[in-house]
Ligand binder design. Structure first.
Ligand SMILES: NC(=O)c1ccc[n+]([C@@H]2O[C@H](COP(=O)([O-])OP(=O)(O)OC[C@H]3O[C@@H](n4cnc5c(N)ncnc54)[C@H](O)[C@@H]3O)[C@@H](O)[C@H]2O)c1
Length: 362
């Protein structure tokens, strides 16, 4: 049994605590044995509710606990290298919540530390395991729409945050939410970005100071274009979450619970209803980490794979600030071939596959 510790007992810890407990295979492999948070109230609330005996307010205590082999890092996103690198250096394997980092340089430092310490380092890109994404991925990989030519993601909601890091961060809508869609573009197109153009603003409609309206245009090596709109201040209030992917022989449209396939020449339509529990997506990321720890392999959601998602996110911020197109360099593009091969593996029903990716820099 592998001992798991959670670093951070805030909002998202509930999904990890509930998610890891339910699937039998996961419960047999690993167990949450310790929680750590400097906020004693958050720590007590989650430890009591989920009956976790070991409770720490300092990371050093978690590091010293030999019962903990894997740590899920659920801290605010500006706290990454400072906790992840000491954990790796202390011999812990680490699953980091998204966004892995705000900059490519930070992400690279953590990936280098994992390689140096020979530890598993993964990122919770759990939207890859959402029921709609799983079905989309299955259909795209089966050739249901031919070769991918373009993708649209529209996500609009009203998200005025209470006190906390989402109010004060300079990295809001793109880093906190669009990172899921940028990663899903990579995952579904099985391709890597070559350039990005982004317009983003803070409208002043929310109490948060970071960007709350962003339009990101991404070009991929194979020619596909991804267009992502992330809007946190929509008066529609209702959460619009619509995705369209066009291919040479058809298109798929997803609104979370329904996926429709449209044939290009025949005009036929097929509908697929999908459903799934959100905590199960968190459980699957941890399942991949535990499999990688046991098998000495690299999970498809490895930190190394995520360098390409963070390269994309970093480029979006650079483009938004400069108003220029940002080109991702050829070293990154070349490395992506192997990272993409790894990204094909490790869906919930597949066995873990190793990846021997090397990575470039940006
Ligand atoms: N994957 C998803 O679907 C998803 C959804 C929501 C949030 N998240 C991510 O989860 C992370 C946390 O978000 P949240 O909503 O839980 O935030 P939160 O503010 O509710 O919780 C963060 C917790 O971290 C604690 N913390 C701060 N410094 C710490 C330290 N040094 N050591 C240990 N704990 C520390 C805080 O006291 C707080 O309890 C973010 O990266 C966020 O993007 C992921």
């Amino acid at each position: 049994m592998i001992g798991i510790g959670l670093l951070g007992c805030g909002r998202i810890s509930e999904n990890h605590l509930v998610g890891y407990r339910d699937p039998e295979d996961l419960a047999q492999r690993g167990e949450i044995v310790a929680l750590c948070d400097p906020n004693e109230e958050a720590l007590r609330r989650q430890a009591t509710r989920h009956e976790v005996a070991r409770r720490y307010t300092r990371i050093e205590q978690l590091i010293d606990d030999r019962n903990v082999q894997v740590v899920a890092v659920l801290t605010p996103p500006d706290l990454r290298c400072d906790v992840v690198i000491p954990l790796l250096e202390a011999g812990k394997h680490v699953l980091v919540e998204k966004p892995f980092a705000h900059t490519y340089e930070e992400a690279q430092r953590m990936v280098d530390a994992a390689a140096r310490c020979n530890r598993v380092l993964a990122v919770n890109q759990n939207y890859r395991w959402r029921a709609d994404t799983l079905k989309l991925k299955e259909l795209v990989d089966q050739g249901a729409i031919g070769q991918v030519v373009g993708m649209h993601q529209l996500h609009a909601m009203w998200r005025d945050e209470g006190p906390g890091w989402r109010r004060t961060t300079d990295y809001l809508a793109m880093a906190v939410m669009a990172v899921h869609w940028l990663d899903r573009f990579r995952w579904l197109a099985a391709d890597e970005a070559t350039s990005v153009y982004t317009a983003a603003r803070s409208t002043g409609l929310l109490q948060s100071r970071g960007e709350d309206w962003a339009a990101m245009t991404v070009k991929f090596k194979g020619g596909a274009i991804g267009q992502c709109t992330e809007d946190w201040c929509s008066a529609t209030r209702h959460r619009a979450d619509t995705f369209v992917i066009d291919g040479t022989t058809g298109s798929l449209m997803a609104d979370r619970s329904t996926i429709t396939r449209f044939g290009r020449d025949t005009g036929d339509e097929q509908k697929y209803e999908v459903s799934g529990e959100f905590p199960a997506t968190f459980a699957h990321s941890m399942r991949l980490v535990l499999e990688a720890v046991a098998g000495g392999t690299e999970p498809s959601i490895s930190g190394r794979d995520n360098l390409n998602t963070i390269a994309l996110l970093d480029a979006c911020y650079t483009s938004a600030a400069s108003g220029e197109v940002v080109h991702l360099d050829t070293a990154l593009g070349a490395a992506n071939d192997t990272a993409t091969a790894a990204a094909h593996a490790n869906g919930p029903a597949t066995a873990a596959a190793g990846a021997g990716a090397t990575h470039g820099s940006r």
